[in-house]
Design a protein around this ligand. Structure first.
Ligand code: GLY
Ligand code: MN
Ligand code: MN
Length: 440
């Protein structure tokens, strides 16, 4: 049973349309993607399109129209096709789409080239995904051009705007039902991380831990993994986008796991770092505790009104001081921050918006370029990390090869914030305890 229903999509469309004076909006589904030769990647819908109608088929469009007199939404879908049903499964088709979607009209996608000319007639503004270029949008431009020389047409498209900016501003604030979907994704991701901690041992391969987690995701109904899992033993954790996951896990090393699933297309994004054998060395614990302290202090500072840029700056100050405390950097924190010396060991940002996309492409600044302040309903990851390469001779030997990131998903509430992934163990004691009880 899906969490979302037509009421949510309809109200999102109404909100989008209410922000325009007039115009035509065209939203396109994601194309199916070939993996190799005649095999395809599992289909993943375009998040902006899905947000506005919840439809999961390719070759479909959502068109919305607003004039002074009329406001309407139309879907264009593939008709039912026996051959497609046999090989790839049944399409919803026009008639069933009329029953399912609370839109004003449903048309066959093959009628789009003719109908779009009628739809654009006498409109001056067209809203599309300006940075995507599917044939549907090309067709709309062609139709708008055709209307320029059509007798009796009085008004013509004068401007094409990016609609994604409007939709993504809307996506920034999550409704209760979206938070429920994110929580569901996190619930399974929590299970998977705990499972990885419970089965980890030296001599296993990184991909074995990945497979244990995938099993938890898929066997519990997750719609997909939210991104390519990172399972990085030892020094591999110092490659930020390590997705090879083919190395052996060694005694005495840490393993960094950045892996999470989607629920009804809503992402989670979680990182935990723990000792392969369940017991931190002194040096690992020192660095781990510093990263954890930074993470806890950053989360503590999150509340409505706090600017995202300020949080970034604050996290850099904390990380820089942590690096000084560990003896990895030396000097004045202020001077080190100015020269960006801390970036060598803490190179990435403190976090990102999360929602229908793991890196939700919602704005970080307002139209004047000023950093946005947190508002109730925003969801951001908080993921500080310290990374010390094995070959870095500037750092004490005991720290070399240690890479640690701790990542949670944080919801801004009316008073402060809620760590939605707080149930995933992360203190040194909790990790050692859960791992002590594992079956070897
Ligand atoms: N998993 C990607 C990230 O943490 O941003
Ligand atoms: Mn992240
Ligand atoms: Mn992550």
């Amino acid at each position: 049973m899906s969490l979302m229903n037509e009421i949510y999509y309809k109200s999102r469309r109404q909100k989008l349309l209410s922000s325009l004076e007039e115009g035509v909006i065209i939203l396109t589904s994601a194309p199916a993607k070939t993996r190799s030769n005649d095999t395809q990647y599992p289909y993943r819908q375009n998040s902006d399109f899905y947000y506005m109608c919840g439809f999961q088929e390719d070759n479909s469009l959502l068109v919305m129209v607003k004039t002074k007199e009329v406001v309407k939404s139309m879907m264009f879908v593939e008709g039912y096709d026996e051959e497609h049903a046999l090989w790839n499964g049944s399409r919803l088709g026009v008639e069933k789409a009329k029953e399912r979607f609370d839109v004003d009209e449903v048309h066959d996608i093959h009628d789009y080239p003719t109908l779009i000319t009628d739809i654009l007639r006498d409109h001056v503004a067209l809203y599309i995904d300006l940075f995507d270029d599917p044939p549907w949008l090309e067709q709309a431009k062609k139709s708008a051009k055709e209307l320029l020389s059509t007798r009796g047409v009085k008004r013509h498209i004068q401007a094409i705007y990016d609609v994604t900016h409007l939709i993504r501003s809307q996506r920034l604030i999550k409704s209760d039902i979206e938070i429920e979907a994110i929580k569901k994704a996190i619930e399974l991701t929590a299970k998977a991380h705990h499972e990885a901690m419970k089965v980890s041992k030296a001599g296993m391969y990184e991909y074995e831990l990945q497979a244990k987690m995938s099993y938890v995701f898929l066997s519990n109904g997750a719609s997909a993994e939210a991104y390519g899992a990172i399972v990085a033993g030892g020094n591999n954790a110092n490659t930020l986008h390590y997705i090879d996951n083919r190395d052996i896990l060694r005694e005495g090393d840490l393993v960094l796991i950045d892996a999470a699933c989607e629920w009804e297309l809503y992402a989670s994004d979680i990182t935990r770092t723990f000792p392969v054998n369940g017991k931190f060395t002194d040096a690992q614990r020192d660095v781990y505790q510093k990263v954890l302290d930074v993470q806890l202090r950053v989360i503590e500072a999150m509340k409505p009104g706090v600017k995202r840029d300020w949080l970034q700056q604050y996290s850099e100050e904390l990380l820089c001081q942590a690096l000084i405390d560990l003896g990895i950097l030396s000097g004045e924190c202020k001077t080190l921050l100015e020269s960006k010396a801390h970036k060598k060991y803490a190179p990435h940002g403190i976090g990102h918006w999360m929602g229908l996309d793991v890196h939700d492409p919602c704005p970080y600044v307002d139209d004047a370029g000023e950093s946005l302040s947190f508002i109730e309903g925003m969801v951001m990851t908080i993921e500080p990390g310290i990374y010390i390469r094995a070959d870095d001779e500037n750092v004490a030997e005991k720290y070399r090869g240690i890479g640690i990131r701790i990542e949670d998903d944080i919801l801004i509430t009316s008073e402060g914030c809620e760590n939605l992934s707080a149930m995933i163990v992360k203190s040194v004691e909790e990790i050692e305890k859960i791992m002590l009880g594992r079956s070897l």
